[in-house]
Design a protein. Sequence first.
Length: 277
Amino acid sequence: MSAILSLEDIVKVYRSHGSEVRAVDGVSFDIEEGTTFGLVGESGSGKSTIARCALRLIEPTSGTSRIDGEDIGGMPRTGLRRLRARTGMVFQNPVAALNPRMSIRDSIAEPLRTHTRLGRRAVGSRVDELLDEVGLAASHAGRLPHQLSGGQCQRVGIARALATRPRLLVLDEPTSALDVSVQAQVLNLLQQLRREHRLSYLLISHDLDVVRYMSDTAGVMRGGVLVEAGPATEVLVEPRHEYTQRLLAAMPQAPGAGPPDPPRTPTRDPNEKSLLP
Ligand SMILES: Nc1ncnc2c1ncn2[C@@H]1O[C@H](COP(=O)(O)OP(=O)(O)OP(=O)(O)O)[C@@H](O)[C@H]1O
Ligand SMILES: [Mg+2]
């Protein structure tokens, strides 16, 4: 196996109005191809900052991020454009992540128009394919974001992230804003897509059950430092570090409750165009 993402000693210091926040302080970890790395930690511990540094959406103060072996730090603009096409990001608030005045079809087409040279027809058929892959019906394509449910909007967000056939997705609290029943559907969809396309995920979530269900490996952040990392079953079920034990105890789901139940609702019935009304 080889690492799709390799972070080495990432440091990020935010400076504003003369004050400094050391948001990430020397974090290193690898994500092996085809696996999911779950990142947990209390609010403000630096999880989103790591995700943004990993894809160079913001510049780290120091440290190296390698995607598929390539150091993205010194990349020129053209290299970064290519990088954007090879990676994708799914955000917490699916409705806010979409342009309210853009149809679903145009929202999904946007990354294709920006990052590929596909012609109009090819973009159109790729959009149809993506709608189907994320379990949306063709009839959703003409709608605006406010005419869809939160879960449907997140499916659009996933379609956008997948549009350019990336190999690594960063999922920053992808289900936190959704109803519990819809969460399970979206998580199942993400699992299914990961298997089908051999994707790798960096998953950030406050919900321990979500991280346990999804992750092969996991890490625990505290105050900008990765205090513990390893196989998810060890880190999230029998943590060695006292801090992790306390964090887990303070999280909504108590530790030691055994492995989580798989989500109850199937993602997609192959005989149906869409699960959602
Ligand atoms: N643009 C910024 N300018 C200054 N400080 C920032 C900026 N973005 C984040 N921070 C600070 O950096 C620290 C880490 O923030 P970050 O958003 O990475 O945390 P997080 O673990 O994702 O939290 P949450 O779980 O609430 O999303 C926090 O103290 C935050 O206030
Ligand atoms: Mg965050």
